[in-house]
Design a protein around this ligand. Structure first.
Ligand SMILES: N[C@@H](CCC(=O)N[C@@H](CS)C(=O)NCC(=O)O)C(=O)O
Length: 232
């Protein structure tokens, strides 16, 4: 994109994000692929009971998750919705959702398998509830996440056998890749062995050669703690 257009967009976009959040990572990938500049506003999900649970952030996003996007003063949450909105609001930029209605629906189906049936079950508030109300230990929580994520990854691998080449849907990056890679990074944090999913592993390797995925990665964000940042 020409430099002039990027200057026009600057400050029009604000992203509330947490470095480690996989849903924020999705939108950061989308913004990077689109070459859209934005202001990064960190929301610490753990400090003081979680900034996402405090009144100032709840006024922006009543359900309390990150990311939230503000575009020209208008507020939008839910990462998948934000990604689709960015396609529509900036049609001249890289498009994450195919135009063909069936392909588009298939990409969304793949995304929802991750969004609704995997991410939601391993979300921080779910794990915090299991700990506070049901006495789950760290290893109980890991076992819970591993169970649900493995179920999800098995299904994704079956779907990828139908659609994947270099990326989830053929040779172009779509929203499916922007959801799969963050899910895999989170899965590694919960000690999942992903070697049984060779198609997903191949796509991971391919995506991680792309500068948008590199830039958007949790280890390179303004709020990444110094000890997690890559050595210079
Ligand atoms: N479905 C939402 C989920 C947003 C969400 O809950 N994100 C997580 C971080 S990955 C979060 O903010 N969790 C805070 C909490 O569980 O308290 C989306 O896709 O944006």
């Amino acid at each position: 994109m020409p430099a002039r257009a990027r200057i026009f967009y600057m400050k029009d976009l604000i992203l509330y994000s947490y470095f480690r959040s996989s849903t924020s990572f999705r939108v950061r990938i989308a913004l990077a692929l689109k070459d859209l500049d934005y202001e990064y506003r960190p929301v610490h999900l753990l400090n003081n009971g979680g900034e996402q649970n405090q009144s100032p952030y709840r006024q922006i996003n009543p359900i309390g998750g990150v990311p939230t996007l503000i575009h020209n003063g208008k507020t939008l949450s839910q990462s998948l919705v934000i990604m689709e909105y960015l396609d529509d609001a900036f049609p001249e930029t890289y498009q994450l959702f195919p135009k063909s209605i069936f392909q588009r629906a298939k990409v969304k189906q793949f995304c929802e398998n991750i969004n609704a049936d995997m991410h939601a079950l391993g979300n921080l508030k779910v794990l915090q509830y299991l700990e506070s109300k049901h006495g789950y230990t760290q290893s109980d929580k890991e076992a819970w996440v591993q169970h649900w994520f493995h179920q999800g990854f098995k299904a994704l691998e079956t779907m990828l056998a139908e659609t994947a080449t270099d990326y989830c849907f053929g040779e172009v990056i779509t929203a499916a890749d922007a959801l799969l890679i963050p899910m895999m990074v989170t899965a590694e944090r919960f000690k999942l062995d992903l070697t049984s999913y060779p198609l997903a592993m191949k796509i991971f390797k391919n995506c991680m050669q792309n500068s948008a995925f590199i830039t958007a990665h949790p280890i390179r964000q303004p709020d990444t703690p110094n000890d997690l940042k890559p050595a210079q």
